[in-house]
Design a protein around this ligand. Sequence first.
Ligand code: ADP
Ligand code: MG
Length: 215
Amino acid sequence: MIILIGGEKGGTGKTTIATNLAAMRAVAGRDVLLIDTDPQGSANYWAQSRDDENITPRVACIQQFGKGLPKEVQDFAHRYEDIIIDAGGRDSVELRSSLVVVEKAFIPIQPSQFDIWTLNQMDELVETAKAFNPDIQAKVIISRSSTNPSVHESEETGKLLADFSNLGLADVSIRDRIAYRKAAKDGLAVIELKPKDPKAIKEMENLYKEVFGNE
Ligand SMILES: Nc1ncnc2c1ncn2[C@@H]1O[C@H](COP(=O)(O)OP(=O)(O)O)[C@@H](O)[C@H]1O
Ligand SMILES: [Mg+2]
């Protein structure tokens, strides 16, 4: 499957989600390629620390920029079972061109009004991409939401999404947990982190199921 974790806002957890899904896919025995299109290169840096620490399974990662991306992706699709594209936090050529070749796009947002505003533009980008890629499915993932049960920001954010005709809401949301930061630092996914954070593992496994289904 070819998927994009993208969006125009930085710091929403795109790289965190992309690297976790990539590692989980590799652990499941799939041949997966992570494509880092963000000049900041944090996904690439994560894969590099994984290599440096000899963590297995290895996650192949390349950096790819520019409008030639769709052609490269189609080429890589012959060699890998899964491709996960991490597209940087701005309205980039990489973000636009990825939308043309992916089956599914996931847009992590933090439950704040500022992040919700950026969805207008994402909704339009997906609309435009549909001319070339009519079957694309685009879903917003509420990310880094509060673990405090009295905070209902995720539900409120979900309601606002009804205004966007090209964007759905993922069933699973990802909460703000220290485990994600710790895992990222060592080139790990939360499923590999010790000591374990069972809640982080559970929600990431649920997201994995939502993204890949039985594939
Ligand atoms: N669910 C989460 N819980 C805790 N920290 C997170 C979570 N998601 C991301 N972070 C942290 O927030 C920062 C930005 O996350 P990152 O995944 O790099 O976002 P993006 O790729 O969208 O810019 C990083 O320091 C990362 O470790
Ligand atoms: Mg990133």
